[in-house]
Design a protein around this ligand. Structure first.
Ligand code: SF4
Length: 147
């Protein structure tokens, strides 16, 4: 218990695009590339591998074309993990809700821990959502190690 408390690493962020219009993804990119909104100041880092992911940032309404990709990624991402729905499309389907090509929203496939609303989301909201996700992740890590 004591060891797990102090051995906790920095959380790694992983992005999944489930067919967004790219508006939210552009805003997500600002948190990776622009110093003003740098998400690494919160003590986390982006990873390109689902197997290393701790906090998962999902954009898009889950199109028919991206459905299997999302399912595959969710199988590869280990527990404990925190799922963050980025943008109104990921949360509810947004303007694409009930369209013939939409299978989502995201919470049909996985429990969502944090919703970050907006269309597109603002970088400040993303930072706020990631800060909340980090707190939830720390709690999940403790529960995970306590068994
Ligand atoms: S919430 Fe708006 S900006 Fe984001 S993916 Fe949907 S339509 Fe695009």
């Amino acid at each position: 218990m004591l060891l797990s408390k102090y051995a906790t690493k920095s959380p790694w962020l992983f992005r999944i695009n489930t067919g967004s219009c790219n508006g939210c993804d552009v805003e997500l990119a600002t948190t990776a590339l622009i110093p003003r909104f740098d998400v690494e100041r919160l003590g986390c880092k982006y990873t390109g591998s689902p197997k290393h992911a701790d906090i998962v940032l999902i954009t898009g309404p889950v199109t028919a074309r991206s459905e299997n990709y999302l399912k595959r990624m969710l199988v590869e991402i280990p527990e404990p993990r925190v799922i963050v729905a980025i943008g109104i499309c990921a949360i509810s389907g947004g303007v694409f809700k009930d369209s013939y090509s939409i299978r989502g929203p995201v919470d049909k496939y996985v429990d969502v821990d944090v919703n970050v609303s907006g269309c597109p989301v603002r970088p400040q909201s993303i930072l706020d959502g990631v800060a909340k996700a980090i707190e939830i992740w720390k709690e999940k890590i403790e529960q995970f190690h306590e068994g």
